[in-house]
Design a protein around this ligand. Structure first.
Ligand code: PEP
Length: 250
């Protein structure tokens, strides 16, 4: 079965120590241990174990923010998909712009990571998006098509893949594309997914980039938007919950 909508995922990035991370998910679990939609948190790797344990009686997802493409080996500082699963994660982000552009990850590497994650039974959240220069040059659609063509993992289905469209220039900036632009981009992505994957039209398509309680309802009410990937605003349990409910979650 495709994921229940809305799909609202919180990327904590490199934020959170054990006490605040556990308090945050405790507050979320108190709101809804069994959310009607799909609600997930992506804490730093150090907190996956404790957070997963704290949420073990709930249906709130816990995911990693990245994984290595290899199963194990001499990769100092890296974490494999098997290790994420072993720690209690059931999902992982791949291709986040802070890794594409901050750490030089390309589509081939992202695809390999996604396939490693699928092999471990993890839900893959594939992040794609154009830079501001690409946006201004009118290359958005070209970039997104290329990122899907080269980054979509083999074996992806609506049950094990989510695609998050995150314009790089909207992440952490307080700026977002217009609602018309988000709608147009998501409709186009829906068509691209349908062409590339059996059941591709059912893959959850999230918008990410400066989503907050104030704009969440407008963005998630767009027909082609199935939910949101939230960065900064996911660090506050009440704000994150408001975003989830603005998308129709309970
Ligand atoms: C993100 O990091 O994926 C993100 C969308 O960040 P923010 O919501 O802070 O823009």
């Amino acid at each position: 079965m495709p994921l229940a909508r809305p799909v609202v995922l919180g990327n904590w990035k490199m934020n959170g120590l054990k006490a605040d991370g556990l308090a945050l998910v405790g507050r979320l679990a108190a709101r809804a241990a069994h959310p009607s939609g799909t609600l997930g948190v992506f804490p730093p790797a150090t907190l996956i174990g404790p957070v997963a344990q704290r949420l073990s009686a709930s249906r709130i997802l816990v995911g990693g923010q990245d994984c290595h493409q290899a199963e194990s080996g001499a990769y100092t500082g890296s974490i494999s998909a098997a290790m994420l699963a072993d720690a209690g994660a059931t999902a992982v982000l791949v291709g986040h712009s802070e890794r594409r552009h901050g750490l030089g990850e390309d589509d081939a590497l992202i695809k390999a990571k996604a396939e490693a994650a699928l092999a471990q039974g993890l839900l893959v959240v594939l992040c794609i998006g154009e830079t501001e220069a690409e946006y201004l040059a009118g290359e958005r659609d070209l970039v997104l098509t290329r990122q899907l063509d080269h980054g979509l993992p083999e074996g992806a289905t609506p049950e094990n893949l989510v695609v998050a469209y995150e314009p790089v220039w909207a992440i952490g900036t307080g700026r977002t594309p217009s609602l018309d632009e988000i709608s147009e981009t998501h409709s186009r992505l829906r068509g691209l997914m349908a062409e590339r994957l059996t059941g591709g039209a059912e893959v959850a398509l999230l918008y990410g980039g400066s989503v907050k309680a104030e704009n969440a309802a407008d963005i998630m009410s767009l027909e082609a938007v199935d939910g949101a990937l939230v960065g900064g605003a996911s660090l506050d349990a009440d704000g994150f919950w408001s975003i989830y409910t603005a998308g129709g979650g309970a």
